[in-house]
Write a protein that binds this ligand. Structure first.
Ligand SMILES: Cc1cc2nc3c(=O)[nH]c(=O)nc-3n(C[C@H](O)[C@H](O)[C@H](O)COP(=O)(O)OP(=O)(O)OC[C@H]3O[C@@H](n4cnc5c(N)ncnc54)[C@H](O)[C@@H]3O)c2cc1C
Length: 449
């Protein structure tokens, strides 16, 4: 029999909502504190003048059976929208032009994405020995060691920028891509290991991964996750202090009427972003001097630039997911999603929507420029790359000051600190993208570490 606990969840992003509904389903009494007047955290969709914009996550990659199950449990599976089949086509910029990435062995042979030397080097992967001590290996070192320098420059570099808006040199392989790290340990070769894994009976992956969103944008997922816990979510309730209280946990919060209130719980889960951790007073908890270390995950500013055009003004078929820009190409933008190709309903009929990313670790200063300067640099580069005629008919910019917490070399240490704090302070837990991994599947399944 479950003993009913009184559980506080701090933060109503994807992590907090998922945790809250899981604990409620297990029979506990939950209360979700959210400082903003909306749920969803960085997942936010807005419809403006017929264009549907996602300010945070644009796509959810459902590769694991358990992610599908979580979505099913929250009524968010049957209603999801599959990305257009064309989204399988990925592109990069090489020598100033947008080119397709290969999607099959024949296209690998003919594609100009790597030189002949680069392709031969990549095909040597099954013969490369495994690293001896790779816990601290960066993604850049792993890729150049196993696949060669060119694969790093034209494959990993733009790919990492597309996921984390970061450089492969800054990311720890084991933290950013634990599966790859694990495959090398077990099977030595990534290519051979993946082939073997795909044939295993107990493969945790779905037969066919799905790239999804929703009719109303990714925020529809937030609404689905919230349905069963609507009465337990308290908006404009900002937590200010967490302290031990006779074997339980006290929380001080400011409510929507600016009243300061204390409430006591059996368990507290912090799911706030790492850069917000110092905004809470943790002074009464054991080893509290360690807590600030949890806020050391690097974050960079990022600007998302949404441009709408008349279809006939773009002399490019936009027949793919979008394109990414390798750093060696020396452009200012990081890449562009062909948003209205990806999912239906993102732009009015006869018009298209492009979402371009600026800033990140590569050029943080650009994301802090005035909006007019960001807009003009994006227009300049897109006009050339996509052969655009005329000005956009729709413009919107979303700036994130601290966009994505990076799984850098310090992440392992931060996880240990969080785990140790929970041991020293039973009933106090830390979760969220900065510890569990930033992708939505990780936030939907925030495990302990
Ligand atoms: C621009 C961008 C694009 C992305 N694209 C993708 C993508 O395409 N696919 C993908 O899988 N992932 C993507 N991600 C990552 C993913 O969206 C996030 O990692 C995930 O949504 C984080 O969820 P979370 O609940 O951990 O944190 P958050 O969403 O940050 O939620 C934390 C919540 O805590 C609240 N809070 C903070 N302080 C307090 C306080 N003192 N009291 C009460 N509440 C508080 C905040 O208001 C917030 O609502 C993207 C992220 C960004 C920024």
């Amino acid at each position: 029999m479950t003993i009913m606990k009184h559980i506080a969840i701090i933060g109503a992003g994807i992590t907090g909502l998922t945790l809250a509904s899981k604990h409620k389903k297990a029979g506990h009494n939950v209360k979700v504190f959210e400082s903003q007047n909306r749920t969803g955290g960085v997942v936010q969709s807005k419809r403006i003048n017929g264009f549907l914009l996602d300010f945070g996550a644009n796509t959810l990659n459902v590769r694991l059976k358990k992610t599908k199950k979580i979505l099913e449990d929250h009524n968010a599976w049957n209603s999801c929208l599959d990305a257009n089949k064309l989204a399988n086509k990925r592109m990069i910029v090489r020598d100033g032009k947008i080119i397709d990435l290969p999607h099959s062995f024949p296209s690998f042979i003919t594609s100009p994405f790597l030189s002949i030397k680069g392709k031969f080097r990549l095909l040597l992967e099954p013969f490369i020995s495994r690293a001896k001590n790779s816990e601290q290996e960066t993604v850049a070192s792993f890729i150049s060691r196993r696949l060669g320098k060119e694969a790093l420059m034209y494959g990993a570099n733009p790919f990492i920028s597309g996921i984390y808006a970061a450089k492969p040199e800054s990311l720890n392989l084991k933290q950013a891509f634990p599966k790859l790290w694990d495959i090398e340990k077990k099977y030595r070769s990534i290519i051979l290991g993946m082939l073997k894994l795909s044939k295993k009976e107990d493969n945790p992956n779905l037969k066919k991964a799905r790239l999804i969103s929703y009719h109303q944008g990714m925020e529809e997922l937030v609404r689905n996750l919230s349905i069963s816990i609507n009465d337990e979510i308290f908006l404009r309730h900002s937590v200010q202090k967490i302290f031990p209280d006779k074997g339980r946990w006290g929380i001080t919060f400011k409510n929507e009427s600016d009243e300061i209130i204390n409430e006591v719980f059996d368990e507290v889960y912090s799911t706030i972003p790492s850069h917000k951790i110092p905004t809470i007073d943790w002074s009464g908890i054991k080893e509290n001097e360690e807590i600030l270390k949890l806020s050391s995950a690097p974050h960079y500013p990022l600007a998302l630039v949404y441009l709408g055009f008349k279809k006939e003004n773009i002399n490019h078929p936009l027949d793919g997911f979008g394109f990414l820009v390798p750093e060696v190409e020396n452009l200012k933008i990081l890449g562009t999603l062909f948003s209205s190709t990806l999912f239906p309903g993102r732009a009015p009929d006869g018009q298209i929507l492009l979402t371009t990313f600026v800033g990140g670790e590569r050029n943080p200063e650009l994301a802090n420029l005035p909006e007019s300067s960001i807009l003009s640099l994006v227009k300049n580069e897109l006009t050339h790359l996509l052969k655009i005629k005329g000005d956009p008919i729709f413009v919107e910019i979303k700036k994130w000051k601290n966009a994505i917490p990076l799984p850098d070399q310090g992440m392992q240490e931060r996880k240990k600190i969080a785990e140790n704090l929970s041991i020293k302070n039973p009933g106090l837990f830390f979760r969220g993208g900065h510890l569990n991994g930033v992708s939505l599947p990780n936030c939907l399944d925030p495990q302990s570490f």
